[in-house]
Design a protein around this ligand. Structure first.
Ligand SMILES: [Zn+2]
Length: 100
């Protein structure tokens, strides 16, 4: 069963997305998260190969806004104009646990 976060907020002055579940808390750096985007622009849908080179993500990347999607994911509007990727709660939890 998917565990839904109890809190999620972009801490822009620290450059981290702070996520909390009832049993887990994580601070995910923006620059790391941006590099983990799995949308069709960042990952080849057919081969699973990463198109986006995480090295090219600006170190000062930030989040403009967060938009909840259908109660199962969040869409992140990045300051580089990218917003086609969704991060599901499941994926964020894996990233938070370092198991993805
Ligand atoms: Zn993407």
């Amino acid at each position: 069963m998917t565990q839904v976060p109890t809190d999620i907020r972009a801490l822009r002055d620290q450059g981290i997305l702070a996520i909390a579940w009832s049993d887990l808390k994580a601070d995910l750096p923006f620059v790391f998260l941006r590099g983990q985007c799995e949308c069709a622009h960042c990952v080849n849908e057919w081969t699973g190969e990463r198109i986006l080179d995480p090295e090219t993500v600006p170190a000062d990347i930030s989040i403009e806004k967060l938009e909840l999607v259908g109660g199962y994911a969040v869409r992140i509007y990045w300051t580089d104009g990218h917003h086609s990727g969704l991060f599901t709660w499941e994926r964020l939890r894996k990233l938070a646990q370092g198991t993805d």
